[in-house]
Design a protein around this ligand. Structure first.
Ligand code: MN
Length: 323
């Protein structure tokens, strides 16, 4: 067994209480990975695990096995000292928001991630910037431990894989991704069922909100840049929950000429959350300038400026990337 995987195994065995963190604005990878790991620990190590989210938990993923076990970080005693804290898919510690102090307070800290910008903040950091998702890293760890993978665990990893490759279409979709998908299907996962659960259960209001958002997009540089801004007023007009904006920026990128697309969302007064997508341009330097992170073609940041100002600043910065 690989040294790091063995150390992780030992730390889990030694621990009485364990907490697993997903990142703020959780996606399918961080949630699927969290549940897969907690199921493996509960089953094979017979330990109790707190699976924790910060911010809003998107109902979209409620089809995942054990989804109802997720705890809000606000319901965790901030002074509780965990023996082991594990962050999954958390590019930087601040992505745990309220959870950072609980994470820091733990006796031993583990960081399992695939963001290239991850600096390795754990006592153990298992970071593979080339992995398509954290689920793929976890699967390798589980295999290395030699433990049986149940259909429920396979389903969680499948969601992690499916969502972080954008349905097997991003550049990260390597032969290894398909090999893993094949394995997971052998463990009983139904690709049709998972796809429908993940992508074809949008509320009607969400479809209408997204159509509205897309219709408000503005194109620049002969259509090579597409920006859309969503204010809090827009959100309340549609009674939209946080996840309603998911997929909008990808829709903009489907335009033939678009090279960089962005959605800017007013989260609270003076704060603008940005998701960027690109076809060819590496956008990590762009988001780094605003204190963000992510992947080459999918990254994000939060700009501490009112949305109109954030929009202009980001547009200028993005335009400077296009030669
Ligand atoms: Mn991920």
């Amino acid at each position: 067994m690989n040294d790091v995987n063995l150390k992780l195994k030992n730390k889990i065995e030694e621990a009485e209480n364990i907490i697993i963190f997903s990142h703020v604005s959780p996606d399918g990878d961080t949630l699927g990975s969290n549940l897969a790991l907690s199921m493996m620990i509960e089953k094979h190590f017979n330990k109790k695990v707190d699976s924790v989210y910060v911010g809003n938990l998107p109902n979209l993923y409620s089809y995942l096995p054990n989804f109802d076990k997720f705890k809000n970080v606000q319901d965790i005693d901030i002074n509780k000292k965990y023996d082991l804290a594990i962050a999954v898919d958390v590019a930087s510690k601040d992505r745990m928001v309220l959870g950072v102090s609980i994470y820091d307070n733990a006796k031993f800290k583990v960081n399992i991630d695939h963001h290239k910008t991850n600096i390795g903040y754990g006592d153990i950091s298992i970071v593979d910037g080339d992995a398509a998702c954290v689920g793929i890293i976890l699967f390798d760890i589980f295999k290395d431990w030699g433990y049986e993978i149940t259909k429920d665990v396979a389903r969680c990893i499948y969601t992690s894989l499916l969502t972080d490759t954008g349905g097997f279409k991003y550049e990260s979709t390597t032969p290894e991704v398909f090999m893993l998908a094949a394995d997971l299907v052998r463990y009983g996962v139904s690709p049709t069922h998972e796809f429908r659960s993940c992508y074809e259960t949008k509320p009607q209001a969400m479809i209408q909100f997204q159509a509205y958002a897309v219709s408000n997009a503005v194109f620049y540089n002969n259509g090579r840049i597409a920006f859309v801004k969503i204010t809090r007023a827009d959100m309340s007009k549609f009674n939209a929950s946080d996840d309603y904006t998911e997929g909008v920026v990808e829709t903009l990128r489907t335009s033939k000429d678009v090279e960089i697309a962005a959605i800017l969302k007013e989260t609270k007064e003076g704060y603008t959350k940005v998701s960027l997508r690109s076809k060819t341009v590496d956008i990590i330097p762009v988001v780094m300038d605003f204190g963000g992170g992510g992947h080459k073609f999918a990254a994000g940041c939060t700009i501490k400026k009112p949305i109109a100002i954030a929009f202009d600043k980001l547009l200028q910065r993005v335009q400077s990337e296009l030669k």
